[in-house]
Design a protein around this ligand. Sequence first.
Ligand SMILES: [Zn+2]
Length: 369
Amino acid sequence: MIKGNLYCCLFLNEPQLQNFIMKELHVHLDGAIKPETILYFGKKRGIQLPANTVSGLLQHISYNKPLTLTQFLDKFAHYMPAIAGDRDAVRRVAYEFVGMKAREGIIYVEVRYSPHLLANCKVDPIPWGQKEGDLTPDEVVHLVNQGLQDGERDFHIKARSILCCMRHMPNWSSEVVELCKKYHNNSVVAIDLAGDELLKAETDQGHRKAYEEAERCGIHRTVHAGEVGPPSVIKEAVSLLKAERIGHGYHVMNDPVLYKELLDKRMHFETCPWSSNLTGACDPDFKKHPIIQFRKDQANYSLNTDDPLIFNSTIDTDYKIAKKYMNFTEEEFKRVNINAAQASFLPEREKNELLNKLYEAYGMAPNKS
Ligand SMILES: [Zn+2]
């Protein structure tokens, strides 16, 4: 919901930067859970957690200095057993996520997750060392949809979801695309491929076939690529998996020909500045960040949080980094949000409605971008 006074209170000073935030396209549901909710379900279900206070838990699962990918992934193992496999937990996490984003000033968000990583039945292997239960990936999607829709009603913003295939689990991907089809435009708008980029999709028929089916059925497609992996992973995402957006994509800079090609195509890059620092994806010096090149080239990109629980952040963290270290101006923040709206996976009519809200809030003519 746009406040009437939105435009006039923009950019007056740093803390109000968040009033400007409109769209977020790259954030993981399982990386955006309230610590209180983890503690609640851990206690209720008798699941051992590394601590029983919010600050104690955050000491184990969030961090603010770069770690390796393996160390980052280990963080999920600390708390996912408290949430996965529990109907109330899955639904509540989705609901609370919408509230969290509404409070950050977001009016449209696409949140992504692997339905298999929240299930404990009809999933092989059963994740997080859980015992077999009766929550299937299909029901997980149903519950997340309910949580998101209840959140939309109560917090007055729009939330859609993207279902993730996992690079190391090509045997899950055919079900992921079937779930995208079943729940298409009932909260679910797209398919994603997440996980270790060094496991190439071309070697895994499972992902390739899922993306072919997604394209055939009009399901939108994004792929995590070029975050820590080389430009060839981005090339593969675009040519083989027919990605319409790239998750991160920083290492496209190492292949100037590919970069030029994607600039010409207006490929959208879902960038996450603070995340890219903590995962070691980019040089820790923000002044050398690829986003600066994207900005100079007026590339098509957005700013996103990725995993705010683990990075102990909000979208404001990323906007402040862009402002402080990357010289972002009011015009660039507007452009980034309009890019995000145009690259969203909403049906055309809804996309235009959101774009018009942005143009109005930014005091721009409707046809200007
Ligand atoms: Zn991500």
